[in-house]
Design a protein around this ligand. Sequence first.
Ligand code: NAD
Length: 401
Amino acid sequence: MNTTPIYVPDRRLVRRDFIRYASASALVLPAMSLLTSCGGGESQSSEKKEAADASGGRTLGIALVGLGKYSEGELAPALKETKLCRLAGIVTGTPEKAEKWKKEYNIPDKNIYNYQTFDRIADNPDIDIVYVVLPNALHAEYVIRAAQAGKHVICEKPMATNAADCQKMIDACRKAGKKLSIGYRLHFEPFNREMMRLGQTQEFGKVNRIIAQNGQKQGMDTPWRLGKGLSGGGPLPDVGVYCIQGAIYTKGQVPVSVTAKFHPITDKEKFSEVEEGVDFQMEFPDGTVAACKTSYNDKYNILRAEAASGWFALEPAYQYDGLKGTTSKGEMKLENLNQQARQMDAFADCILNNQETTVPGEMGMRDVQLIEAIYRAAQTGNRVSTKDIIQVLDKTAAEQA
Ligand code: NAD
């Protein structure tokens, strides 16, 4: 197993998001004149023009595969705000949805596929990127088919329901010479990027402890989430993955071991196949521990770091909007921006400029390997070593500091 960390470089489009958090006495310093891949603040039209100029006027066509809640509620609206990519096609098994989306987003018939006709997307020059937004267990098949069709791919989190599938997905994209990224929107979100910067640059000294909690009351609206076959697990791969992510990008290290304990099941009918919740601890190479918690039966949304000379925290930390950040020196004065638009534009920018994505398939695989280790730890009660997992980190916020 490769143990050399991959530090994913960043540069690029959209604009720099380090409007520094401010203490009561300090000034907010907006560094807005630079174009980078991380977000914006000025007028949409001037940004659009700058971005279009930088890409030679070209925007990339995205086809969404699976028109469920996330595609409908977040990704399609975000694609109205993107500057380097646009909604060009859809893949759905429901003809009524195809009809509705066709009208709403002005999608030509030739760019509408179902799961049987999907592979013909290979012949469609309007589609540059396939975005897989299906239940977790279906990600592998559609990422591999998309790569074989010669398309770049974005795959939603969790990347797959097991690490072996992640490897197959990475291999398929590599073989096709296509880029693969994971829908890790928070890497493009100013508050979470600030956690990365503060933690990795050790602005408050060495981070000694991290608390990451993400839980929600899961209803019955997407039943596949409660069935192990399609989900691969309960809250851990679904929302707990944000705790894994948050702890790692704040610390800037890959965990060397995990311990875990399942929550007691209070609703036996609902949680007959997947866990109701789990507490887990991830230990980093320098001994720092991240105490994490995830649940489908309780609400929490926190990422907090305690360092040698202060602390910094987000609450809520992982939602699409309304994030708030505080440090021991004061409030983080940052903007909530469209996370999905920034994420998709950053990937389009990587393709247009042949750069590596900061959220590659290898990062998705790292997290699936950690999820597997956490399940093993909870099932056995043992500490599970994660020293052999793939070593990949996003160091970009620290590099931009
Ligand atoms: P959803 O159930 O609302 O949508 C899933 C879509 O897949 C539906 O359109 C459904 O018709 C289609 N589908 C195709 N084959 C299916 C099958 N065999 N069984 C069930 N549905 C099938 O789910 P969602 O909330 O949109 O989640 C989709 C993916 O997006 C998941 O992997 C999830 O983890 C991810 N997601 C990511 C975020 C994020 O913030 N990045 C947020 C929500 C969901």
